[in-house]
Design a protein around this ligand. Structure first.
Ligand SMILES: [Ca+2]
Length: 116
């Protein structure tokens, strides 16, 4: 019984190590969600991405503000097909959120803010 417990402990440590190893490149990224649509930043907030995760014919796009340019927008060009739409690199993004194109007005997820 003692031996089994030891094996479980070692396996758990290995899993934690793997997760840590995968994180550094995206450690600063924050996500804004609306349903299955989302936006996120990358490379220290120098890129913004919009990802349409819903096959509902409503396009998804990210709105963002960055140093020197507010009310910017980037669309996911192929809708819910694989891949997202991205822009950058440019001066750090201050905030972004995901929105969905609908008939009357476009609902959006919560703004996420650059912590730096
Ligand atoms: Ca897509």
């Amino acid at each position: 019984m003692q031996r089994l417990r030891t094996k479980i402990t070692v396996y758990g440590a290995g899993t934690a190590l793997l997760a840590t190893a995968l994180l550094p490149g995206v450690a600063s990224a924050l996500y804004s969600w609306y349903g299955a649509n989302y936006s996120f930043d990358s490379s220290s907030w120098s890129y913004v991405w919009a990802c349409d995760g819903e096959s509902d014919d409503n396009g998804a796009y990210a709105k963002y503000d960055r140093n020197g340019a507010s009310n910017q927008r980037v669309d996911d060009p192929n809708g819910s097909q694989a891949g997202c739409g991205g822009v950058g690199p440019f001066s750090p993004v201050y905030r972004h959120h995901i929105c969905e194109s609908q008939f009357w007005s476009d609902p959006c997820g919560s703004w996420v803010y650059n912590p730096g």
